[in-house]
Design a binder for this molecule. Structure first.
Ligand code: FEO
Length: 384
């Protein structure tokens, strides 16, 4: 009989995770139960899913009570049902670190029993033992992971999470929605993830149990390798993202021409993304995925067309860095987009801007093609 049970919930009714990320396939709030001499629940779920989660918990407990509730992360998608558990099992001991209990009253008034753990502390449940690894800023400052030594499980909190309800996405490739999740939610905190990866490398891990998405059991080197690439801000794939902010379609036409030039020259992966329509989180994901990006934007109100401004704001806040960028601007009078995009890029670490910057006036003309060709050549030469 398995001692470690999944008691999480798939949420397929949510439209925007964190009220900002589109999740057409839903999302899972993972929660686990360890049954041993003592019982431990590892994280709760969003209160949206509290009722179903409680049913799962009671079914798996089969009449036992809960001795410990381990709080790896206090964000409401995981801590939203603590109250529900405490009301049903008032003798439960809440397990967290100093920061957990500093933050807990901000969410929830609790006067019951707590156990404060530090890095490396262990909690014995009988045959199973949890060792705690602090992981500050692997999303929030109070985050911690735990390692269960009998089954060799790493409970990884938000790390190795993925969008998508588990039942709906069981056959999907993991990396696609895991990458969109990583860069948009954890992407800013690469150095913190690197620290955790270092701690994980010292452990003998047979499975990773994250707080969203499927449990990872096989080929763990693949997942750990992607996290190493992503958290060190290295491009994952050779390719060019052309991110376009076009008002009437003329800047898009220039972007498509550039894409054709690149493809004709043998560039295999060229993605053209219409920032006015695309899922912005996916454009952000692609910017991090590929080694080169082209920003093609119309000028607007003495600046840059708003969806490009928004895209660059997202990149800046997610610590975009270590990439090569080309610029295409459009302006019918006094073009300003290039200057604004350049000034934002110059605030980012190790972003090199290619020459020439291409300026088109209102519409793409045959006289613009030599400059576009020069930019295409520069992009090809900059491939890693
Ligand atoms: Fe899944 Fe940072 O919460």
């Amino acid at each position: 009989m398995d001692s470690v049970r999944y008691i999480g919930v798939d949420d397929v009714t949510i439209d925007l995770f964190e009220n900002q990320y589109r999740v057409p396939e839903g999302v899972s709030y993972n929660s686990y139960l360890i049954l041993d001499e003592k019982t431990a629940v590892l994280d709760t779920v969003d209160k949206r899913a509290g009722e179903e989660w409680e049913e799962n918990l009671l079914r798996e407990l089969s009449g036992r009570s809960v001795d410990y509730l381990v709080l790896h992360h206090l964000e409401p998608d995981h801590a939203g049902s603590i109250k529900r558990l405490v009301e049903r099992f008032p003798d439960v001991v809440l397990v967290g670190n100093a920061k957990t209990f500093q933050m807990l009253p901000q969410f929830f008034h609790f006067e019951g029993k707590t156990l404060t753990v530090k890095e490396g502390d262990c909690l014995s449940l009988g045959e199973h033992e949890l060792r705690f690894l602090l992981a500050p800023m692997v999303h929030w400052p109070e985050v911690m992971l735990s390692y269960e030594s009998k089954e060799k499980i790493l409970f990884s909190a938000d790390a190795f999470g993925k969008f998508g309800a588990i039942a709906k996405t069981a056959d999907d490739e993991w990396a696609c929605e895991a990458r969109r999740y990583y860069f948009n939610i954890v992407g800013k905190y690469g150095p913190a993830v690197q620290t955790v990866l270092k701690k994980a490398s010292a452990l003998d891990i047979s499975a990773i149990y994250p707080l969203h998405g499927p449990i990872l059991r096989d080929n763990l080197g693949y997942y750990l390798g992607l996290y190493q690439t992503w958290s060190s801000y290295q491009p994952e794939d050779r390719g060019v993202l052309i991110a376009v902010a076009s008002i009437h379609g003329n800047t898009m036409e220039a972007a498509q021409s550039l894409a054709e030039l690149l493809r004709a020259a043998g560039e295999e992966k060229v993605v053209v993304s219409d920032l006015a329509r695309v899922d912005m989180a996916e454009a952000v994901e692609d910017a991090f995925r590929y080694d080169r990006v082209v920003l093609a934007a119309a000028s607007y109100d003495g600046g840059v067309f708003p969806c490009m401004q928004e895209f660059l704001n997202h990149l800046k806040s997610k610590m975009y860095q270590n990439r090569t960028v080309g610029l295409v601007e459009n302006g019918s009078w006094g073009p300003t987009a290039g200057k604004v995009m350049r000034s934002l890029l110059e605030t980012m670490k190790d972003v090199s801007i290619l020459e020439p910057q291409v300026t088109i006036r209102s519409t793409l003309k045959s006289t613009d093609l030599p400059a576009l060709k020069q930019l295409a050549d520069a992009l090809l030469a900059a491939a890693r």
